[in-house]
Design a binder for this molecule. Structure first.
Ligand code: GLU
Length: 434
């Protein structure tokens, strides 16, 4: 490969770019330029390995049949089985799944896990379906994916609008359709399962805990005391809730929350547990939470605060709202929440971004622990899980932080460079078959 490094022309736009793909490709290419990535490897990593699209029928509660479209994109498997979540959302399409699968490749590589990157889901608004319809949709999707997933091949996990229940249905369907002698040996086909079904104690909070830890590690490096710091959270789902709870325990103050329904603010502080129980009673929304003011959707990111945690969907911080952001630190709980134009403005303004592939990697690290546990038959307890997570994330954080300082690059570029170099090394060692 070495000889041809200079001669080869780089085809940067190997896949059609739009939406989130633009972002991840731009991030990838700028890191690849920085490390002078081998052009052959740039070609390979610029495109996905496999893209699975399935249309499958499901009987609804009223007896009608609806046909759903599901996706699983496997970006790169150089480091191990594909790994990444399944999301149920109207924005799921091939472009989104490709971009999210790519981010998983960098995330698992950066974390030093033996995984490649995958992502998928169903284009669906799950709030429009009953629990039993969602169960049938999930089981039929699993059946349609068939051997495209597997415990040593491609291991899905929860993502936006999917949870441990969804994973339990997938595991059960997958195991039920294997030969009897192999059934129980396959429970690690998914991670993020419920506690009683091969799940990992603490997997529920792993992503949010990781978001909190990366903020804490950054604060320690920059002599910042988290106590009294004000933060806002976009998305009060699993990630937003747990990150907020851990930050609050360190004395930080939640002052603004946005969900799909709207935004609220209270500079005196919003009690995280109170807000959580309120959302449980109100069908999941934070709207009209007592002792808070409503904030216009477009003004959310302009709320006065020190730390901003986008923990919902991609492309939320853009050139429109980036100039108005007050926070000094952005911790990306979501995947791809800052687009390239938004990021440029933030960096020019001296705002620090803890990038998604580092910031929210606690989730997939927790998934790795669950997978290991299932394979070895061990059962780890919460304190042990959180301590192992803290150690692993501290290692990743230090590598990224030190790289950024030494190479004078931002944290995202540093994280991408480290992640890509690990994959480059594997390709150089093994070469390309045949
Ligand atoms: N969906 C999560 C993510 O984006 C977790 C993936 C996993 O655990 O495999 O990182």
């Amino acid at each position: 490969m070495e000889n041809s490094k200079k001669e080869l022309k780089v085809k940067k736009k190997a896949v059609p770019l739009k939406g989130m793909m633009d972002n991840v490709m731009e991030q990838f290419n700028s890191a690849a330029d920085h490390i002078n990535l081998h052009p052959n490897i740039r070609k390979i990593l610029s495109i996905t390995n496999n893209e699975i699209l399935v249309n499958f029928p499901v009987k609804m509660d009223n007896g009608n049949v609806e046909v759903f479209t599901g996706y699983r994109v496997q970006h790169n498997g150089a480091l191990g089985p594909y790994k990444g979540g399944l999301r149920y959302h109207p924005t799921v399409d091939l472009d989104a799944a490709r971009a999210l699968a790519m981010w998983m490749t960098w995330k698992t590589s950066l974390a030093g896990l033996p995984y490649g990157g995958g992502k998928g889901g169903i284009k669906i608004d799950p709030s429009l379906y009953s629990q039993s319809e969602l169960e049938r949709i999930t089981r039929r999707f699993t059946y349609a994916l068939a051997d495209n997933i597997g415990p040593e091949h491609d291991i899905p996990a929860p993502d936006v609008n999917t949870n441990s229940q969804t994973m339990a249905w997938i595991a059960d369907t997958y195991m039920s359709t294997r030969p009897p002698a192999l059934r129980s040996a396959n429970q690690h086909v998914v991670t993020g399962k419920p506690d009683g079904s091969g799940g990992l104690e603490g997997r529920d909070r792993a992503t949010g805990f990781g978001v909190y830890l990366t903020i804490k590690f950054w604060a320690e490096r920059n002599d910042m005391d988290l106590s009294g710091k004000r933060f806002i959270v976009q998305g009060f789902g699993n990630v937003g809730y747990w990150a907020s709870l851990f930050l609050e325990q360190d004395g930080a103050k939640l002052v603004g929350v946005q969900d799909a329904q709207g935004s609220i603010e209270n500079q005196e502080g919003i009690d995280v547990e109170n807000l959580f129980s309120y959302t449980q009673k109100k069908g999941g929304t934070v709207m009209d939470f007592p002792k808070s003011q409503l904030v216009d959707k477009n003004d959310f990111f302009a709320i006065d605060c020190d730390i901003c945690i986008p923990a919902a969907l991609g492309n939320q911080i853009t050139k429109e709202n980036a100039p108005r952001i007050k926070a000094k630190l952005i911790a990306e709980g979501a995947n791809g929440p800052t687009n390239v134009e938004g990021e440029k403005i933030l960096l020019e303004r001296g705002i620090i971004i803890i990038p998604d592939i580092l910031c929210n990697s606690g989730g997939v690290i927790g998934s790795y622990f669950e997978w290991l546990q299932n394979r070895s038959g061990e059962i780890w307890h919460l304190e042990e899980v959180l301590e192992k997570l803290r150690k692993k994330l501290n290692g990743s954080f230090n590598r990224v932080y030190n790289y950024a300082q030494n190479e004078c690059v931002d944290l995202r570029t540093a994280a991408f460079c480290i992640a890509i170099q690990r994959i480059e090394k594997a390709y150089i060692q093994r070469g390309i078959f045949p």
